[in-house]
Design a protein around this ligand. Structure first.
Ligand code: C2E
Ligand code: MG
Ligand code: MG
Ligand code: MG
Length: 277
């Protein structure tokens, strides 16, 4: 016991550890300020079909910090999950996405675009998540079929029964689901077939070397065949080169997302981009 306390005391005075603690405390405090001052902004990254026509977008959050500039989600989403701020952030993203879909409905060039949003495990397993989604859809009077929720394998495994129940209720009202970062978790076919998914999203780590690495190519081909068997649409993320796109097309992939087609960007730019596509 004493030894343990002693070790902790030493750690406390380790300047590196103290830096880390200060950083976390600051980040936590700044994240609360960011919510109050509305420093978050949504970026949109286009998703396209084989012909390169826009199908929709993935919504990616950015924190526009007054001093540090743009901060990317891996820096603050995990912290927001730990301290519970993800509830507020997630609700905001959902509401903004529905508002955007409504605005798109009114214009011919954007009417058919779908929106995918990333949902955190904590947010998804919240008791009133279903109500949140229903409320956002109702408040903005949007067609639920235009909204796709991106979930990850690990969060689904967390509580599989609860997950399936929640997904089925939302599916009934027309919401679609995509399994994000597919291949990085531990999906067994057994539970994959139980989930009411519409889409599998092949993780960018498999796409990166697909034009040069035979095993990545084999993994992607197998994934696509499996998805087809389960009647799921397949989208590849992180597509940066024409070579990658060509291998993906030859492997049977039908939807694409990545820098090759467009960076994530603010809404005005995104709409301009789509009009030219
Ligand atoms: P994700 O959902 O897998 O998103 C894909 C990430 O890849 C995004 O990073 C995107 O900017 C990046 N990306 C897109 N195209 C390319 C490409 O061609 N090459 C490469 N190397 N990267 C590409 P980002 O925006 O930093 O987001 C990271 C993660 O943060 C997301 O991964 C998602 O898990 C999470 N996230 C983003 N926005 C939200 C949000 O609103 N709510 C929640 N809960 N999580 C979010
Ligand atoms: Mg995603
Ligand atoms: Mg992903
Ligand atoms: Mg990812």
């Amino acid at each position: 016991q004493a030894k343990k306390a002693g070790r902790n005391a030493i750690r406390f005075f380790d300047p590196k550890m103290q830096d880390a603690i200060n950083h976390l405390v600051n980040l936590d405090r700044e994240l609360r300020v960011a919510i109050e001052r509305q420093q978050f902004q949504l970026y949109f990254q286009v998703q396209v079909d084989i012909a390169g026509r826009p199908l929709g977008a993935e919504v990616l959050i950015r924190w526009i910090h007054p001093e540090h500039g743009t901060i990317f989600p891996p820096t603050f989403i995990p912290l927001a999950e730990d301290n519970g701020l993800i509830f507020t952030i997630g609700k905001w993203v959902l509401d903004m996405a529905c508002a955007q879909l409504k605005a798109w409905e009114l214009e011919a060039s954007t009417r058919n675009l779908k929106l995918s949003i990333n949902v955190s495990a904590k947010q998804f397993h919240q008791a009133d998540f279903i109500k949140q989604v229903k409320t956002a859809i109702k408040n903005h009077a949007i067609n639920p079929a235009m909204l796709k929720l991106e979930l990850t394998e690990s969060m689904l495994l967390d509580n599989i029964e609860d997950t399936i129940r929640t997904m089925n209720i939302l599916k009934e009202i027309g919401i679609q689901f995509s399994l994000d970062d597919f291949g990085t978790g531990y999906s067994s076919l057994q539970y994959l077939k139980q989930l009411p998914l519409t889409q599998l999203k092949i993780d960018k780590s498999f796409v990166h070397d697909i034009a040069v690495d035979n095993s990545d190519q084999a993994i992607v081909r197998t994934t696509i065949v499996m998805a087809q068997t389960l009647n799921l649409e397949v989208i590849a993320e992180g597509v940066e080169t024409i070579e990658q796109r060509n291998v993906l097309i030859n492997s049977g992939c039908t939807c694409f997302q990545g820098f090759l087609f467009g960076q994530p960007m603010p809404i005005e730019q995104f709409v301009d981009q789509v009009k030219l596509m």
